[in-house]
Design a protein. Sequence first.
Length: 251
Amino acid sequence: MTKRRRKTPCPQPPRRRSAARAALALLALSALPACSAPAVEGYQLQAPPEGFLYTVDQGPSGSLIPGRRAEGGGLWVGDIRLDEPQTMVVVTRFRGRVSAEEAAAAREARAEALKESRHNRLGPLRTLSLADGRTAAAWTEFRHDEYGRYRSLQVTAVVSYDTVAFALELDTSAPERMREAHLDSILATFAEGRTAVNWVLLAAAGVIVGVLVAVVGRRSTRREPTDYRMARVPKPKDLGDGELVKPPAGP
């Protein structure tokens, strides 16, 4: 006669607890893409070349937009050799929007100033796409020495937002940078940096984590049956004191 299926408390196995913690950690990490922070908060170059430095102590000395007053800005410097920067990016801020006509007028004013120059040439007005989806009106100024070699290169871009506008002037004399496409790629990183939150993804991750916590907590307190058998050994019959049991006689 046996007894079976006796229930005893059974703690959650260590492996199961470790797996549950790992799953919670993975779900927590999966919620991280729900928030994305920019390299720089606000309106700025989001990916300047390595080694470039920024200062607000030095800014624009004037306004390249006719009839508009600069409201401030800053200066990026890089490619420093013999204590002198070979590349500079001047960022000028204007209050309100700058229209396409104003940007074109700025380019024409510069073209007029260079009309008598023998060594400087101004490229056409063109469109430059920026990192945040905005487009800027841009033009390039090619500067040569008396032998016709490039002396420096400057790309100017004007971009407007809802309540503010910026002029970006990137000037370089570093030989390795004097390519229009390269300078465009630097200015194209300009954007309005702001932290973005994907609330749908964040809420979904929170629900999944909550469900998993509830399931793990329920399993940790559940009692599980443990199988074992108990054999009942019958008592021998009373044979009396000192009496021996003799084997049965043979045939």
